[in-house]
Write a protein that binds this ligand. Structure first.
Ligand SMILES: [Zn+2]
Length: 156
């Protein structure tokens, strides 16, 4: 019999606490919000301060891709294209990965992850996320965030 029940709260108990991404939406992220519209906000997420890593977060708390409303789904593609272009321009990334998990917080978001030429082959593809901590650089992430916001403003 497992004795670690307190480490794994029942869903009802977990849901009683405020969603971390709802709280994030009310915060002032590092380097500010790089992108905002009526349905989405994008910024650097705490603990993900890798240069060119930006979380695009649905303003409304919805928990699965299948729960996106039509207006949210329709606006997602253009937002991803604009943000990815700005990240490429601002960081010189060879690739911009899109990562959607929703395991830590079941609030729909996508993590856009710049993957530069300096990232070794063994840390590319799905191996990049587990190695994220090795690439955290808060000042460089903040500087990249400001350049991404500037690139988006210049494209508007
Ligand atoms: Zn939420």
């Amino acid at each position: 019999m497992s004795s670690n029940a307190s480490e794994h709260p029942e869903p009802a108990a977990a849901n009683a606490e405020r969603c971390g991404l709802c709280a994030y939406l009310d915060s002032s992220p590092l380097a500010g919000w790089v992108y905002e519209d009526d349905l989405w906000k994008a910024g650097i997420y705490p603990t993900n301060e890798v240069p060119g890593w930006i979380a695009l977060v649905l303003r409304r708390h919805a928990e699965a891709t299948s729960e996106l409303r039509e207006d949210e789904a329709r606006s997602l593609g253009p937002a991803l294209a604009r943000l990815s272009g700005a990240i490429e321009q601002a960081t010189g990334a060879e690739r911009v990965y899109l990562q959607v998990y929703g395991e830590t917080f079941r609030h729909w978001h996508v993590l856009l992850s710049a993957r530069g030429a300096e990232i070794p082959l063994e840390h590319r593809h799905a191996a990049f996320h587990p190695h994220m901590a090795e690439y955290v650089d808060v000042p460089a992430a903040a500087a990249a965030g400001r350049r991404i916001a500037d690139a988006l403003a210049a494209r508007a």
